[in-house]
Design a protein around this ligand. Structure first.
Ligand code: HEC
Length: 177
């Protein structure tokens, strides 16, 4: 092969095509890094805090529902409003798990502390389904006009908390630091 004609015109096209593609790719990656709204990427700790605060609000409202399941009386209208709030929060919840917020696999400090387990990301469709089932019970609870039925939904909701935590969360001992 004559060196003067190497690389051949065809190969030159391939090479420049490849370089062009690679430069496009790197431009895209750079654009992605600067895209506003990708909060998992540049605000991972805030995303984790948001889902934990969301859960704390679910808990506050659930405590009132638990007390009614245990036999206490409370106005049904107030209980239904709490169940509706739980439904709203549960609808947003599964969207707060971008991959950047996984628990760290090594010893590096990611700048946040999450009790979600890696299984949540490995079995994300199952997690997503659990939230949806849970949200549906909360919606049903928010729409009943029967206290006995409400108590039954309340029991199902508590079972929903426990079964999801068992599958996708490390047990928490004492209050979170
Ligand atoms: C489908 C899954 C799922 C359901 C349903 C669910 N949780 Fe959670 N919950 C989680 C996960 C995952 C975390 C860990 C979040 C983290 O630390 O990043 C969590 C965390 C929490 C926390 C700790 C929040 C913090 O400040 O760290 C509380 C409290 C809590 N859940 C209460 C409840 C209650 C009460 C219910 C039911 C009414 C409930 N959760 C239903 C998945 C669920």
């Amino acid at each position: 092969m004559n060196h003067a004609s190497w690389p051949s015109p065809l190969m030159r096209n391939c090479i420049s095509g490849f370089l062009f593609g690679a430069s496009l790719l790197s431009t895209n990656v750079a654009a992605l890094a600067q895209e506003a709204g990708l909060t998992g990427q540049d605000k991972a700790a805030d995303v984790v805090q948001a889902r934990q605060l969301l859960m704390d609000t679910v808990e506050e409202n659930m405590m009132v529902i638990d007390s009614v399941v245990a036999g206490k009386d409370a106005p049904l209208g107030d209980l239904k409003a709490r169940a509706y709030l739980i439904n709203t929060l549960a609808t947003a919840f599964p969207h707060l798990f971008p991959p950047q917020t996984k628990p760290p696999s090594g010893t590096e400090d990611p700048g946040f502390q999450t009790n979600a387990t890696l299984v949540l990301w490995q079995k994300f469709p199952a997690f997503y389904q659990s939230v949806q089932d849970f949200a549906a019970i909360a919606l049903d609870a928010s729409q009943t006009s029967d206290m006995t039925k409400f108590r039954d939904y309340g029991r199902q909701l508590r079972a929903g908390c426990d079964s999801c935590h068992e599958k996708f969360m490390t047990p928490v001992e004492g209050p979170r630091q």
